[in-house]
Ligand binder design. Structure first.
Ligand code: SAH
Length: 399
């Protein structure tokens, strides 16, 4: 294994189990690692600290292990079994009874596997590598998934072309790493809290479905009875289906993606709801909201894509969150509810709350925070890597 020697005094963060080594902390590289090679990180006095994937850029190493076990033949089986145990321990991956057969199996640093995302959809694993190391390990990861899940696994699909770095000259084409002879579909019907959804990992966004809103959708279901619901940035209609199941008198779903809106229609029908209570609209949600009559809706969901993908975009993103939320707050009926989210990792929960606070203030309405919302347990946050917390939301009451 190629050795990376840190500068004196720069081992502290690794000793506190932070999973990244920044390039500025590296004193010496003994050899010529290729991007994605496994390297050993040593302190300036020669002690082994950790092993991980070598990377070109400001993060030089993404740590896979603080022991030397990364080269053990069953390393991937061990890591995937540990990830699965966590999901089982919160009732997500236990067969049959929970009404949910889809979950995030691997959440990067949250599962001590930086750069790797794996979502599980009723027997199909969809992986996204965010690093060259994970991309290069994909066949081994696939093998480990087969060994851990056994006969219940139907397919493993690699969808890394949009996420893995291209620098390593890797051949990035999304493809099945493996699939069972009797499984030929690109789509699967999954259950989430007893509700059914079509998930298409080849044509859908990200891995096909937004699993991180599972619990927030259940909260919307609980508060939808008799209400008129506006679901902005609805994607494939997760919140809409729950709202209809919760007894909403009417649900309007808005997304700018035509493919997403077609999926909403299919998902609403799949759950047995008719067009009498649901309408979907393909439009820019921000413009659409401007033309919504005041007081028409008494529950509004605001779940936009990440407005800030990096620090440099933070200021503009906060302004965009502020404007969008001000618009929702001003439009909701008196006594109405708003569920508002941000999935931008660089916008922390204080900054988001401040943006929503200034949005509320600009409308002059009386607004109360009923709850603060998060990502669910299968999107676990590594305590040594708080940056892994990305989804935040507020549940508001507008008088
Ligand atoms: N609430 C969804 C996830 C939302 S993801 C769920 O529970 O599954 C963000 C969505 O916003 C994507 O579907 C994307 O197509 C859509 N989107 C992006 N920009 C938009 C815009 N300006 N207007 C409407 N929808 C937009």
């Amino acid at each position: 294994m190629i050795k990376i020697i840190l500068k004196r005094g720069r081992e502290d963060s690794i000793l506190r189990f932070h999973p990244w080594v920044f390039s500025g902390a590296v004193a010496q590289v003994q050899g010529h690692p290729e991007e994605g090679d496994i390297v050993a990180v040593h302190s300036s006095d020669g002690k082994f600290l950790a092993a991980g994937h070598w990377q070109i850029g400001s993060i030089a190493v993404r740590i896979l292990s603080f022991d030397s076990d990364v080269t053990a033949p069953d390393f991937w089986e061990t890591m995937i079994s540990r990830a699965l145990s966590l999901r089982k321990s919160v009732g997500l991956a236990s067969s049959g009874t929970s009404g949910t057969d889809c979950y995030r199996l691997v959440h990067g640093e949250g599962d001590n596997l930086p750069g790797l995302i794996i979502d599980y959809y009723g027997g199909v694993c969809v992986m996204q590598a965010h690093s060259a190391g994970m991309f290069r390990a994909r066949k081994r990861i696939c093998e480990a998934l087969r060994n851990v899940y056994g006969d219940s696994l139907k397919a493993v699909y690699d969808k890394s072309s949009g996420t893995a770095p291209f620098k390593a000259g890797l051949d990035l084409v999304d493809s099945y790493l493996w699939r069972r002879d009797d499984f030929a579909d690109d789509e699967q019907t999954v259950s989430e809290n007893g509700h059914k959804f079509f998930v298409n990992w080849t044509s859908g966004q990200k891995t096909g479905f937004f699993l991180d809103q599972r619990e927030n959708r259940a909260l919307v279901e609980k508060h939808s009875s008799g209400r008129k619901v506006l679901n902005l940035f609805c994607y494939t209609g997760g919140f809409s289906v729950y709202a209809l199941a919760g007894g909403a008198s009417y649900v309007e779903s808005v997304d700018s993606s035509k493919k997403a809106v077609e999926m909403v229609e299919r998902n609403v029908a799949l759950n047995g709801f008719g067009a009498d209570r649901h309408k979907s609209v393909c439009a820019d949600a921000i413009d659409w909201l401007k033309n919504v009559p005041e007081g028409k809706f008494d529950l509004i969901i605001v779940d936009p894509p990440a407005f800030a993908k990096h620090r440099g975009a933070l200021k503009n993103a906060l302004r965009a969150y502020q404007r969008l939320n001000a618009s929702a707050i001003s439009k909701v009926a008196p006594g109405g509810l708003i569920f508002t989210y941000s999935c931008s990792q660089v916008v922390d929960k204080e900054a988001f709350a401040l943006a929503v606070f200034s949005a509320a203030a600009s409308t002059g309405r009386s607004v109360r925070i009923l709850d603060r919302l998060n990502q669910p347990a299968d999107h676990a946050v590594n305590i040594y890597h708080p940056e892994g917390e990305y989804l935040k939301g507020l549940f508001l009451y507008v008088e």
